[in-house]
Design a protein around this ligand. Structure first.
Ligand SMILES: [Zn+2]
Length: 356
């Protein structure tokens, strides 16, 4: 069978494919900018050109078309990348509309939830018997109890298809969800898996590559990104919001009610969820993208928002937490920020009171 490459590219606008993989893209004119998944990118170095349907990273030099992006992200050959794209839902809306905004999520079917939960449990068991994965978590300051509670996992890449088959769950659907490639290989292979749990089910997951892995740092499923961990904090008076999954794990490990944006661009519906909390503490990264996201969220959420500036030169709270004394430094900074807000509120009350 001959492949119409141009048709594949037309059916899969590059910005959508990149955004679906968890890269937050911000539009600037006819381009999108985002943090490059192929290197440790502190600034948005990745440019996505809609007119030529191509990408280029000014940090590491990675470049190409949508097929190159998929090949590189998933470590696939050309044919496998075409198959991978063919397994994704086709995007039929015109390019100027199919941007990085997340579409309204279609509710997961019961079968979807069973497949995702089966994968999550399989990966969790694998994590607990994989020294390399446990050592990685330990190095990043994630204690074993938290790994169990959050059902963190690891994919060794060989077990999912046979396991789903034994459970009589659909491999085809597992492929559509982004768990399996056409040849049965696992998308999450060799990655630490962080699931989003809802009502005892796994509803989404992302995989973190180990240090030194040439693939994309994070790989999410072919589903809209959730506010990671939101179920655990729903109804709480005060919610802490982080960027990345490991920042979320750090705060959760410290007993704080936290959830993660999974990037710097809150998806549709995320602000509505945060709006329900009485107060929101933003613990975002200390780079430009993190600061811009904090400013934007503060503007939309208003007075209830407290932006916590991390002490020292840590780029995020996960890095801070892994340092000696990091946890204490965090809580000191939090107390100081709260005291500042408290004194401003008292001051405002004094000015307002006489006129009433
Ligand atoms: Zn790069």
């Amino acid at each position: 069978m001959t492949i119409d490459v141009e048709q594949v590219k037309r059916a899969h606008p590059i910005a959508d494919v990149i955004a679906a993989q968890g890269v937050a893209l911000r539009r600037t004119g006819r381009r999108f900018m985002g943090r490059c998944p192929f290197h440790e990118d502190d600034r948005p170095s990745l440019v996505v050109y809609t007119d030529t349907q191509s990408f280029h990273c000014f940090g590491c030099g990675a470049s190409g078309d949508v097929i190159d992006f998929v090949r590189r992200s998933h470590d696939l050959n050309f044919r496998e990348a075409i198959d991978h794209l063919g397994g994704l839902p086709r995007l039929s809306s015109p390019p100027h509309r199919t941007v990085a905004t997340r579409e309204r999520p279609r509710p997961l079917s019961l079968d979807d939830r069973l497949i995702l939960t089966a994968a999550c449990e399989l990966y969790h068991e694998a994590l607990l018997r994989t020294p390399r994965a446990l050592a990685y978590l330990e190095a990043r300051g994630v204690p074993r109890w938290l790994a169990r509670r959050a059902r963190l996992g690891f994919s060794d890449g060989s077990e999912l298809a046979p396991y789903l088959k034994r459970r009589r769950l659909s491999l085809r659907r597992a492929g559509e969800l982004g768990l399996l490639y056409g040849d049965g290989r696992e998308a999450m292979r060799g990655r630490i898996v962080i699931p989003d749990l809802r009502s005892g089910y796994c509803a989404w997951m992302t995989g973190r590559a180990f240090q030194g892995d040439i693939r994309a740092k994070y790989l999410g499923l072919a589903l809209p990104r959730p506010l990671l961990g939101y179920e655990g904090v729903r109804g709480r008076r005060r919610i802490f919001v982080t960027e990345g999954p490991f920042d979320w794990l750090t705060l959760t490990g410290w007993g704080l009610p936290a959830c993660a944006l999974l990037g710097t661009q809150p998806g549709r519906g995320v602000e509505r969820l945060l709006d329900r909390a009485h107060s929101v503490v933003l613990v975002l990264d200390t780079d430009d993208a993190g600061r811009a996201a904090a400013a934007a969220l503060t503007e939309s959420l208003g007075d209830r928002t407290l932006v916590l500036r991390l002490p020292g030169d840590a780029k995020d709270v996960s890095e801070l937490g892994a340092r000696p004394g990091g946890r204490e430094a965090f809580f000191r900074a939090l107390a100081a920020a709260e005291a500042r807000v408290g004194s401003v509120e008292r001051e405002e009350a004094r000015h307002v009171a006489p006129s009433r």
